[in-house]
Every structure is written in structure tokens, then in C-alpha cells.
Design a protein around this ligand. Structure first.
Ligand code: GYE
Length: 327
């Protein structure tokens, strides 16, 4: 059944190939795509299920596709770039109307994106971007400004930690991922010149709770002077809290913690005083993604960059926001 659909789709593609899909046009998706009945099929390659943020993001995409009547081919890459590349190739073969994905790391996408472009299938980057010279390889990038998030974290650190010697353990996200690179950069820029704040250890905890715990344990062993943590996401901060408590210290007091995301468990830890400050990163991108997909498939112009709006939370603000938090 599945095979037959693919074959039919391929035959249609071949029949119209030369004109409708062009061979290597701009890939601007202006072919007026969509199925005969106007329905849209989206191939979506997700990073994995590494964090509370990711779970909320997946849910938002699935719900929004259903609401918009977009048929979603969802593929979970389990944190591996090669799985994402195979998923994208299979979406190209199936001739979906639009491909969206959240690239696990920044580099290494050019050839598969070129394949999509040559097949005339528009690509939307969501959540994370790619580091490519050629921005014609995708239509738009929808997601947060991660450098800005790092900056907000760093500014809070300067204000709250800058007057006493602060030895920071940085728990980085997945190595090579845009949010890890950019959150590190934004934070470093913001604390630069504040002599009291030093990042004494910085390592990847892969955006997971287990990773955060493991890295924090090792860091506390080798750097007993650590009295602050900057975690690139809530899950790693929650893992770090476990390691800090296991070491007989009080998270939020002996060791203050800043993190990024503001998912429910993180917000609860902030409300409980175990985390001290959270920079929000919004995972609910599904609605905007489906709107962009509809426009791109219809050949309409879309902005090359759509930045999501975000805030920050102190303990008081977390207590206030928690009852209405959706994720
Ligand atoms: O902050 C983290 C997740 O790419 C913004 O990935 C996303 C990040 C998010 O695993 O929790």
C-alpha cells in the first residue's frame, strides 16, 4: 500500500518533472505544490527526545499539523545526524510537499539540502539552524535567538554574581549544536570584563538530565571551588541538582544555578529555590511552522528568519507562571 503510493507519486513527479519541479531551480518552492485535493504532506525530521523541551516541541508540531490538516510524516533521529540525513532523503523520494527539520548539529547539511533543492522540495529549518554559506538551500529559519538567550543568562550572572568571586561550571548542550555554540557565546560575551566571574569548567552534557548529572559529578570532584552553574538547558540543570545534592551541597544556595528553556520541571525547581534564574526558550513552534509551510508550498514569500519571542523568569515569576504553564 505504502509502496504503491510512493510509486504513484514518483510517476506523477516524473510526468511533471521537467516543468513543475524544474531541475535545479531556486528551490523557492514556488511550484504551487500540495496534493491534487490541495492537501499538504510535510516530512519532519526531529532531533530526538532528549529533553522536556523536545517533548513539548514534538507535541506542538503534531497537534498543529493535525489542526492545519497537514499530513505529517514524522521521523525521530535519536540524536544522530546520519538518521536525519536518511530521513530527509526518504522524504525526497516520497516527494513530500515540504520538508522541515531541526538540525541536530550545525554543519554537514549542504549536500542533502542540495538534493532537496534539485528535487524542487522546499525546506524549512525549525528550532535550530545550519551553518551553510548558501542560504538559498532553505526557505526560512523559525526559532529562537540562542546568542540572545546566552546573553540574558550572562547579564543576570553579572548583576547577581559579579560582586563576589564566582567559579562557574558550564554544562553545554550537544557538541556542535547551534543552541550549545550560541548560548556559550552569548554568555561569554556578557560576562567578559567581569573579573569576579570565571568559567572554570565547561563540558557537554548533551542536553540530557543523565548527562548533566554525570558531568556535574565529575566537575565537583575536580573543581571543589565551583559555586555556580550555567546549564544550557533545564534538563541538565536538573541532573546537576541531583549531583550537587549527592555531594552534600545545597543547590540554589551553596551553588547557584542559571538555566535555559523554562519547561515545567525546571520552573518547579526555580519555584522551589533550587534553580535561581531561567531564560525562556519557547518550544511551541508548531503553529508558526504550519503557517510558514502553507505559504511556502503556495509559493508565497516568507521572511528568511522568524525569531520567537521569549522572556526570563526569577523565582517569584516562576511561582506565578507555573499554574498556567502548558509544558
Ligand atoms: O533548549 C534543549 C533541547 O534546540 C532549543 O534542544 C533546542 C534545545 C533546547 O534539547 O532542551
Amino acid at each position: 500500500m505504502f509502496k504503491k503510493t510512493v510509486v504513484t507519486a514518483m510517476a506523477v513527479a516524473v510526468a511533471f518533472g521537467a516543468t513543475a519541479c524544474g531541475s535545479s531551480d531556486s528551490g523557492s518552492g514556488g511550484s504551487g505544490g500540495g496534493g491534487e485535493d490541495g492537501s499538504i504532506t510535510m516530512g519532519f525530521s526531529q532531533v530526538g527526545a532528549e529533553s522536556g523541551w523536545r517533548t513539548a516541541n514534538t507535541q506542538s508540531i503534531q497537534d498543529s499539523a493535525e489542526e492545519a490538516g497537514i499530513e505529517l510524516q514524522f521521523s525521530d533521529a535519536q540524536g544522530e545526524q546520519e538518521n536525519q540525513i536518511s530521513a530527509i532523503r526518504s522524504f525526497i523520494q516520497q516527494r513530500v510537499d515540504v520538508i522541515a527539520f531541526s538540525p541536530v548539529v550545525e554543519t554537514g547539511w549542504d549536500s542533502v539540502l542540495l538534493e532537496a533543492q534539485r528535487a524542487g522540495i522546499p525546506v524549512i529549518l525549525t528550532d535550530r539552524s545550519v551553518d551553510s554559506e548558501d542560504d538559498s538551500l532553505y526557505e526560512t529559519f523559525l526559532g529562537s535567538d540562542f546568542v540572545e538567550e546566552g546573553k540574558k543568562a550572562g547579564e543576570w550572572a553579572v548583576e547577581n554574581w559579579g560582586s563576589q568571586p564566582t567559579y562557574v561550571a558550564e554544562l553545554q548542550g550537544t557538541t556542535g549544536a547551534a543552541p550549545a555554540l550560541d548560548r556559550q557565546e552569548g554568555f561569554a560575551d556578557a560576562i567578559e570584563g567581569t573579573d569576579n566571574i570565571q568559567v572554570v569548567a565547561s563540558q557537554s552534557g548533551d542536553f540530557t538530565r543523565a548527562g548533566g548529572r554525570e558531568v556535574m559529578e565529575a566537575m565537583l570532584n575536580s573543581n571543589p571551588q565551583i559555586n555556580a552553574v550555567y546549564a544550557h538547558n533545564d534538563d541538565m540543570a536538573l541532573g546537576a541538582i541531583e549531583a550537587i545534592e549527592a555531594a552534600g551541597k545545597v543547590p540554589g544556595k551553596d551553588i547557584q544555578i542559571i538555566s535555559v528553556d523554562a519547561v515545567r520541571d525546571g520552573m518547579q525547581a526555580l519555584a522551589d529555590g533550587k534553580i535561581n534564574f531561567i531564560v525562556e526558550c519557547n518550544p511551541l513552534l508548531g503553529g508558526q511552522l504550519m503557517d510558514l509551510a502553507e505559504k511556502v508550498v503556495a509559493g508565497e514569500d516568507v521572511p528568511k528568519r522568524v525569531v520567537t519571542e521569549e522572556t526570563t523568569f526569577t523565582q517569584e515569576q516562576a511561582i506565578e507562571a507555573l499554574p498556567n504553564r502548558q509544558y
